[in-house]
Write a protein that binds this ligand. Structure first.
Ligand code: TMP
Length: 238
């Protein structure tokens, strides 16, 4: 199979006319590729965690591109046209929100913040609003409205789900694609694209461990997979 796209941590292969195979690699990057490393088992853990979260969303009535998990580090998915907008939802202030605005790190937000960032490395993924998105022909107003609704629904479902597993969903990023079924959640949902904190200790269980040099990032991703009950004790992928 020939790759049709290779990003910083994933390679996409054409499977057939309407499906793609997404390979999660062990590459890890931060700061738009400024910091790079390879961590054994990361591709496996992210494919596994993403698959579980896509299943949870589908069971709760959110359409996604997910078809099935292929051991150890691939997902079979519907081919979609990705809308180049990163949809971020925040429950607790962290990361760039605290750099740009006077929010305190760890502060609970009165209500979730939905943020649209233009997926464009050349411009440094700037935050955009509806008018900019429409004028750049990234999406229609109707799509943007639906994207916000999808993002808030994903937040409701995943926040409750992680809470039951003793994890706080601080924030996350999703990508949305167009396909025959309409708009669907695509790409990945993993500790690379979410902030996850232990509910008791507030220990960081996501890519911030790598971004901020806080220790063994794979050990944290394993804790997440363990809490979700999806990691097999006997597996030797990590
Ligand atoms: P931020 O606080 O750096 O803006 O990140 C918000 C959330 O979005 C966080 O969970 C990490 C995720 N994210 C990505 O998945 N990809 C990105 O390129 C960025 C900037 C953030």
């Amino acid at each position: 199979m020939k790759p049709i796209y290779s990003g910083k941590a994933k390679t996409i292969y054409e499977y057939d006319e309407d499906k793609v195979l997404i390979e999660f690699r062990d590459d890890i990057t931060a700061g738009n590729g400024a910091k790079k490393d390879v961590k054994k088992g990361k591709g496996y853990l992210n494919a596994l965690i993403s698959s579980e979260l896509f299943k949870i969303l589908e069971e709760s009535g959110v359409k996604t591109h997910f078809i099935k998990y292929i051991e150890p580090n691939k997902i079979l998915a519907k081919k979609v046209e990705i809308i180049p907008i990163e949809v971020i939802v925040r429950n607790i202030a962290a990361g760039s929100l605290c750099k740009r605005y006077p929010f305190k790190e760890g502060q609970e937000l009165k209500e979730p913040i939905v943020q649209f960032d233009y997926k464009n490395d050349e411009y440094g993924d700037p935050m955009i609003n509806e008018d900019i998105a429409v004028n750049l022909d990234l999406a229609t107003r109707e799509e943007l409205k639906e994207m916000r609704e999808i993002a808030l629904k994903v937040n409701d479902i995943l926040k409750k789900y992680f809470d039951k597993k003793g994890i706080i969903l601080v924030d996350f990023k999703i990508e949305i694609g167009r396909c025959k079924d309409g708009l669907v959640v695509a790409d990945e949902i993993s500790p690379d694209t979410m902030r996850l904190w232990d509910k008791e200790t507030r220990d960081i269980l996501d890519k911030d461990v790598f971004r901020k040099d806080l220790g063994d990032v794979i050990a944290k991703y394993k804790i997440v997979a363990g809490r979700l009950g999806i990691i097999k004790k006997e597996d030797n992928y990590v």
